[in-house]
Write a protein that binds this ligand. Sequence first.
Ligand SMILES: [Zn+2]
Length: 231
Amino acid sequence: MSENDQILREDICRFGRSLFERGLTPGSSGNISVRLNDGAWLVTPTNVSLGFLDPGRIARLDAMGRLLSGDPPTKEIPLHSALYGSRPQAKAIVHLHSTHAVALSMLPDIDARAVLPPLTPYYLMRTGQTALVPYYRPGDPAVADAIRGLDGRYSAVLLANHGSVVAGASLEAAVYATEELEETAKLHLLLLKLNPRHLSPAQVQDLVQHFGLLLPASDEHVGLVDRDGGE
Ligand SMILES: [Zn+2]
C-alpha cells in the first residue's frame, strides 16, 4: 500500500465522519470513492455508516471494478462508474442522501437540466449546475445509462427520490460541491413561494468570466433567471 493510498483512505474516513456527524447522510446511506492514478479506485464498503469507516477496510477495486482488497463495496457502484466514465477529469465522487437535496428532487416541474436557480455565487462556483435523472431502484445498473446520457456535461447529478452524486477534481472539491448543492437546495426550499431575487444574467455571466466557470446548458440557465417567482 503506497503512502498516497493510505492518506486517501484516511481522508475518505475523515470527510465521511464529518458529513455523517452534520446529519448530511443518515444511517448507512451514502458512499464515497476516489480514483487513483493507476485507474484503480478506493470505495466505501456496503452497509457501513460514513460516520464509522475503517481506513483498512475500504474496498480497493481495479479499473474494471473488480474487488482487489477490503470489504465488498457499496452496491451503488454504477453511479460512480458512470460519472467517472463520462468525466475523465474526476478524481473523487460523493453520493449522499441529504434531506434538502432529496426533497428538491421530488418537487413538481423541476428543470431536469438546471434543478436550482442561480441563488448564490458559491453554488455556481463549487457545484456549477445540477441535472436530474429519474428514479431507479438503488443499485439498478440502468441509472448508469441515465448518467451517461448527460454526456459528461454535469459534475453534479440529482437522483429522483434518492440523493445527490457529485464528482470533483479532488475528494475535498467533491465534498465541498456536495455541501453547496445541499445548502442551496435548503435555501431554495426556504424561499419557495417567497419570490426570491436570483442572481441576474449579468451577475451569472460575470462569475462565468471571472472564474472561468463551465456551466452546462448556460442558455437555458440564463433563461431560468427571468422566470417569475422561482418555481
Ligand atoms: Zn444512495
